[in-house]
Ligand binder design. Structure first.
Ligand SMILES: C[S@@+](CC[C@H](N)C(=O)[O-])C[C@H]1O[C@@H](n2cnc3c(N)ncnc32)[C@H](O)[C@@H]1O
Length: 164
């Protein structure tokens, strides 16, 4: 839960502000009712703070829901039932898989509305990789070292900020 909270914060917060043009989507496979999809919408979210505890409490609210349809659990935070396949089905291309063995992000052509997919501390399973291979445009790398997912998100945002 800490890792997911760190990734939400890295995706949406800058110093004293929220990235209104960003969304963070997490596919959560742990109890109590997996799989569930949690979506944070930068343009709508209220009360998102840099500390992991308050973000984790928003995540827990979304996880406490039982329904399959997406429902708001807090301003700008939504929960629904579904796994990786369902999450990917709602996302328009281009979708990039972040992977230390991929092409260098620095030289990449991205477009203006773009999605980046990362795993948590465990690598994607073979089944998840097959799903991703069907919908992703390319694998992108932020460098040769394996970083933590929230660190990768910070580097990707930095690259996008420099290009904007
Ligand atoms: C903590 S890493 C996964 C574990 C890692 N493969 C390992 O066993 O050392 C979490 C995710 O961040 C992304 N990632 C980590 N380092 C990266 C890099 N240098 N470039 C692009 N993505 C990276 C990948 O999506 C990776 O699956």
């Amino acid at each position: 839960m800490d890792l997911v909270a760190q990734c939400a914060v890295a995706s949406l917060l800058v110093s004293h502000a929220v990235r209104a043009d960003a969304e963070f989507v997490a596919v959560l496979l742990g109890p109590p009712r997996p799989p569930r999809i949690v979506r944070f919408v930068g343009a709508e979210v209220r009360g998102l703070n840099p500390d992991e505890r308050s973000t984790a409490s928003l995540l827990r609210k979304a996880l406490a829901e039982e329904g399959l349809a997406e429902r708001s659990v807090h301003a700008g935070v939504y929960g629904r039932g579904g796994g990786l396949r369902d999450a990917l089905a709602t996302i328009q291309p281009p979708i990039f898989l972040m992977d230390e063995g991929g092409e260098d992000l620095r030289g990449s052509r991205l477009g203006s509305d773009v999605t980046f997919v990362l795993s948590d501390h465990k690598d994607f399973t073979a089944e998840e990789r097959a799903l991703l291979a069907a919908v992703t445009t390319a694998k992108l790398s932020v460098g040769p070292r394996a970083l933590q997912a929230d660190q990768v998100i910070a580097v990707v945002h930095n690259e996008l900020d420099r290009r904007a």
